[in-house]
Design a protein around this ligand. Structure first.
Ligand SMILES: [Zn+2]
Length: 1080
């Protein structure tokens, strides 16, 4: 018989011959041909054959040949192997087998042949593939299939290994159904399998039965997918057994493959433990205006998210869904939605109020041009602020804060006063540095330590201070001395200025202390900071240490810090434990639990008024033993992966180093990894799962106070002080710099609004006219409080724009910069990660921002509308952000054409006109900014992001160049910084380079290029043909170690491992190699 060259006809012809074959010999021939065809070809050929009805043909042959009372095994055996081989690639094989009546027939063949090893093996392989369908598993289970197969799994032996493997694998396959797991548990099969695993593991001294052990682990993994199964595994000592076998396996290279599976299995088995908190809700609560006081409970999601087995039907649906998911379905494909401009969100009458935010248009430049003093301009700036400050108090939120505010107002001095010695630092500013200076006992302070007093509310401590006037006097002198002796000239930073700014900052809990790094200032360390290499198997080691907690009794589990328990805020000196603190701006540690002598679990405070969004952290630690590795575990992180798995380290600031002249936030920590843990919310295991960030810190000094953070902190008070210093630094004859207040925040903090442009060279009509016609550039930042990298970028931008650099001067002469450097002050102040006090992600509120609940967004948008209404629509809008999953810095922009192309839309874009100018900035940055990655940029418009600043400003305000600039928390994998983690220097440089790139969009480019001073800028317009790609996915390769435990290593490939060998090879003689399977 010959196979036609046309394989369509070929397969169909073969199937029809198989159907009609009357005698054993021709049937066998056909099976041989099929097997040869499939063995020679790729998987593609099998799939093709399946599409041509191959499975159905084989199944009907199976039913025909196998249903007689004494079937012919010379045909049946190769047929069974072939069904297994094809069925393994056919996801619908179970259903097809049920329809053909082949399921119970195969089970019968198994029952009737348990004395024949090879027939048993062949039937088991087929049952295994049938059981891929949950309903087929159930069918087999309800016909004693589970019991028959369980009884085939023998005690330790070294005979018939293939058949034994096949039986265990078939048993594992049947455990896809929850019913079967229940019956396995109720019949004691779980404990039986555990005993078998123990026996096989102990007796297999030659390591020849690793496949059997793997297959048993696979059964356990399937069992562990249901809560009942996990309980059974744990109660029968499964975790204990796996832990101890793993300890042995770790010592033997041959057993390596068992380690990973066992560790994942143990992770899966560990019971979910609610976080040791009284409530999931943030410890910080802020009553919202308008009676929206109720704090919403976390949305209860279904409990099926961690590989937990659900309803059997749902399991199959999930599978189908996963197969058909369209990758790009988030892209907007509706041309109307992409191109039509939505109606304004407010009436025109509301816009004139924003004219006050264009002071450059009405400013009388006479003073500056007459070379009058700087003071007059600075006082006009403060007047503006004072006017608003009164307004802010309307939003005051806590009775006792009133006193504080009055005090802070009376104590508020001009920057010059603050600077002068007449207004020394407040008394309690530096307790703990007294410890460092060995004068601590003299001070006799009881708490506070390191922190400085920021707020003047009359606390108990302060009353006490009043009674200890002499000590305080001594102490304040001490702090002055400290600054005199150790203070450094940090550019754009003055401790006294910081403190003055912080005094006015209103926090929900009423912070009364300053964190030392923010007060003292920081400069990036001089040396490069390469990414940390990942230690092999580090996650495994850490997970095993965590599992040990369940099995060992030497666990301390002592709460050493609790934000909500005053007695634990300043615990009595315990020489054996670290001391923690975080009640300061941007701090957010909620609880610290000493687990072992040198190990702590740390719990972060959720965003105020929320029960979620933990990722950012910032806290203080002291009382350390030097040169001892301390392990820290932040156990309630929420993101499903992190750059901490790809070379990123947290940052550490040592007070001792700082006063010794090294005021650096340094990348620190070893043994870093990030993985899913076994904790769940207090309210139970709703959809939320938590991840652990673990890292180890070895402190250098004993008498030190250190600060640890997710990224370089940048507080709201830092911004306020920075703007003051910038204002002071500029020459008003050259630079028009004005800080105003956009609006008060919910908590009554001022949201700063900055205008920077060049002062006109003269008051001539021509010069003033030129000034008034400069296009606007609008820059915003820090809408997400956890993204402090965005603030460092903005710091670079602001400093550059105020600098004497000739490019800066050129930019000022060309543009008016309107900058809102912190869109979410309240979030930043209260150590939040994502939201504002209104529980919302402010960067999802741009479509219709609420004037009361999202004031900063409402007014930023109002201001943009105002510019629009007076014909000054910004040339560029950019919102600075931080990106937690990617390296480098890059832009997201908006383009109709690119969105349509990437979405696979069939719309013909040829006739669509689009200004390609949206790419100009990225092209320029690609050339001039070493941190920038052109290939990470994207210009697609996503439905899920339709309410973000970038898309709304583009679509509603008609700004062509509307961007999000994303900066890494980690570092760079390209360019001259490749392999380095970012310091603040690189982020600030990026902010500066962003300004440089704006030269590429000047309207009068030629005029600028003819200036000799910017000749080194090679901003051309050659088209770089980079392709943007889907931007919101991780750039990283899959993690070396599985972060999730719902993915089981040996299930990743296939359940079946027989396909390498030909199906027909062993079927020569049915009686030949057969033997009895040893029974238990
Ligand atoms: Zn962001």
């Amino acid at each position: 018989m010959s196979v036609s060259r046309n394989s369509t006809n070929g397969f169909e012809a073969i199937f029809s011959t198989l159907q009609n074959a009357e005698d054993a010999e021709s049937t066998l021939n056909i099976l041989n041909i099929l097997d040869e065809l499939l063995s020679a070809g790729t998987d593609g050929r099998i799939h093709y054959m399946i599409s041509k009805g191959g499975s159905e043909a084989l199944l009907s042959a199976l039913v025909k040949i196998g249903s007689g009372s004494s079937p012919d095994y010379t045909i049946l055996l190769p047929l069974l192997y072939l069904v297994a081989k094809v069925g393994h690639k056919d996801r619908a094989i179970g259903k097809k087998a049920e329809e053909a009546g082949a399921v119970l027939l195969t089970l019968n063949l198994l029952k009737n042949n348990i004395q024949h090893a090879q027939r048993t093996e062949a039937s088991l392989l087929v049952i295994q593939v049938f059981a891929v369908s949950v309903s087929t598993s159930k069918l087999i289970g309800s016909n004693q299939g589970l019991d028959i197969i369980y009884n085939l799994i023998p005690h330790y032996t070294n005979k018939n290994m293939q058949t034994i493997n096949a039986s265990i694998n078939a048993f594992a396959a049947l455990l896809s159904s929850k019913d079967n797991i229940c019956s396995a548990v109720s019949k004691g099969y779980v404990s039986g399998l555990l005993r078998l695993y123990d026996e096989w593991y102990r007796k297999d001294t030659t390591h020849s039965a690793i496949d059997v052990l793997q297959a048993l682990l696979r059964c356990f993994y399937k069992i562990a997918r249901s809560a009942l199964g996990r309980e059974a595994l744990v109660s029968h000592g499964g975790v204990w057994l796996l832990y101890h076998t793993t300890q042995t396996s770790l010592l033997n290279q041959c057993l390596e493959s068992l380690v990973q599976s066992s560790v994942q299995l143990m992770r899966q088995c560990l019971p979910k433990i609610p976080l040791p908190l009284t409530s999931d809700q943030s410890a910080y609560y802020f009553p919202l205006p308008g009676g929206q006081h109720e704090v919403l409970d976390m949305v209860a999601a279904s409990d099926e998210s961690n590989g937990e087995i659900g309803d059997d039907e749902k399991l199959e649906e999930d599978y189908q869904e996963a197969q058909s998911k369209d990758y790009d379905d988030d892209l907007e494909t509706d041309l109307n939605k992409l191109c039509l401009r939505p109606a304004s969100d407010r009436p025109k009458e509301l816009l004139p109020q924003y004219s006050r935010l264009c002071p450059e248009l009405s400013h009388d430049f006479l003073e500056e041009l007459d070379f009058s003093s700087q003071e007059s301009s600075s006082s006009s700036s403060s007047d503006d602020e004072n006017g608003h400050c009164n307004h802010l108090h309307l939003h005051s939120f806590r009775g006792e804060k009133q006193t504080a505010e009055i005090l802070s107002r009376t104590e508020k001095g001009t920057p010059d006063q603050t600077k002068s010695a007449a207004c020394p630092l407040k008394v309690k500013d530096f307790y703990s540095h007294t410890g460092i200076l060995n004068t601590r006992s003299e001070v006799g302070c009881k708490t506070g330590e390191t922190r400085g007093e920021a707020n003047s509310s009359l606390t108990n401590d302060e009353q006490k201070d009043k009674n200890e006037g002499n000590v305080n006097l001594y102490n304040s002198t001490l702090i002055d001395n400290l600054i005199d002796i150790h203070g450094l000239a940090i550019p754009y930073h003055e401790p006294s200025m910081y403190r003055a700014a912080a005094m006015k900052t209103k926090s929900v809990p009423g912070f009364s202390t300053l964190a030392f790094p923010d007060f003292w200032g920081q400069v990036p360390p001089p040396e490069n900071e390469p990414m940390a290499p990942r230690k092999p198997n580090i996650q495994r080691q850490k997970v095993l240490e965590d599992i040990q907690r369940f099995l060992k009794t030497d666990i301390i589990n002592q709460v050493v810090f609790d934000l909500e328990d005053d007695s634990l805020q300043f615990p009595a000196d315990n020489p054996d434990s670290l001391r923690f603190f975080s009640s300061f701006e941007c701090g957010n540690l909620r609880k610290a639990i000493q687990v072992r002598r040198y190990e702590y679990d740390l719990i972060l405070n959720a965003d105020a008024n929320c029960s979620q969004h933990t990722q950012w952290f910032y806290f203080e630690v002291s009382n350390m033993v030097p040169n001892v590795p301390y392990r820290f575990n932040i156990i309630n992180c929420e993101k499903s992966n992190s750059q901490f798995n790809y070379g990123m380290q947290p940052v550490l600031y040592s007070v001792r180093d700082a006063i010794n002249g090294r005021p650096h936030w340094c990348r620190s920590g070893t043994e870093i990894c990030y993985f899913r843990n076994y904790f769940c919310p207090v309210r139970g295991s709703q959809g939320t799962t938590f991840y652990t960030l673990t890292f180890t810190i070895t402190f250098k000094y004993s008498e030190d106070v250190c600060y640890l953070a997710y990224h370089y902190p940048y507080t709201y008070s830092t911004l306020r002080a920075h703007l003051r210093l910038l204002h002071r630094s500029v020459d008003p004859r050259k630079v028009f710099f004005r800080e105003q207040i956009l609006c008060p925040t919910l908590a009554g903090n001022a949201c700063p609004f900055v205008t920077i442009t060049a002062s006109p060279p003269s008051k001539s009509y021509k010069d003033i006219h030129q000034l008034r016609n400069r296009p606007c550039i609008v820059l915003t930042s820090r809408v997400h409080p956890g993204e402090s990298n965005a603030s460092w970028g903005m710091k670079g931008t602001l400093e550059f724009l105020c600098s004497r650099d000739p490019i800066a001067q050129a930019l000022r002469e060309t543009f008016v910069f309107k900058i809102i450097p912190m869109l979410n002050p309240d979030g930043v102040i209260n150590g939040m990660n994502r939201c504002d006090l209104n529980r919302e992600d402010l960067n999802r509120q741009w479509c219709k921002p609420d004037p009361v609940l999202c004031p900063t967004i409402y007014h930023t948008k109002g201001f943009l509308y105002y510019l629009n209404s007076v014909g000054r629509t910004p040339l560029v809008f950019c919102d600075y952000h931080g990106h937690s999953r990617k390296k480098n810095v890059f832009l997201y922009g908006c383009s109709v054409k690119e969105t349509l192309w990437q979405s696979g839309s069939t719309f013909d874009t040829a006739g669509l006109k689009e200004d390609p100018g949206y790419r100009t900035l990225a092209k320029a940055l690609d050339r001039i900014a070493p941190a920038f990655s052109f290939n990470s940029c994207s210009y697609t418009v996503e439905k899920s992001r339709s309410a973000t600043a970038r898309i709304v400003v583009w679509k509603e305000l008609g700004v062509l160049r509307s961007y999000t600039m994303e900066s890494t928390y980690n570092g760079f994998d390209q360019g001259i910084y490749k392999g380095l983690q970012t310091r603040t220097r690189e982020l600030e440089e990026m902010g500066m380079k962003f300004c440089h790139s704006l030269l590429s969009v000047t309207i009068d480019t030629r005029a600028l290029y003819t200036r000799t001073l910017i000749n080194h800028m090679t901003l051309g317009h050659n088209v770089l043909d980079h392709k943007s790609h889907n931007c919101f996915e991780d750039d990283e390769p899959p993690c070396v170690e599985e972060i999730e435990y719902s993915t089981y290593p040996c299930l990743k490939g296939s359940d079946l491992e027989f396909d390498q060998r030909g199906c027909m090879a062993n079927t020569d003689a049915q009686g030949g190699a057969e033997g009895h399977i040893p029974q238990k």
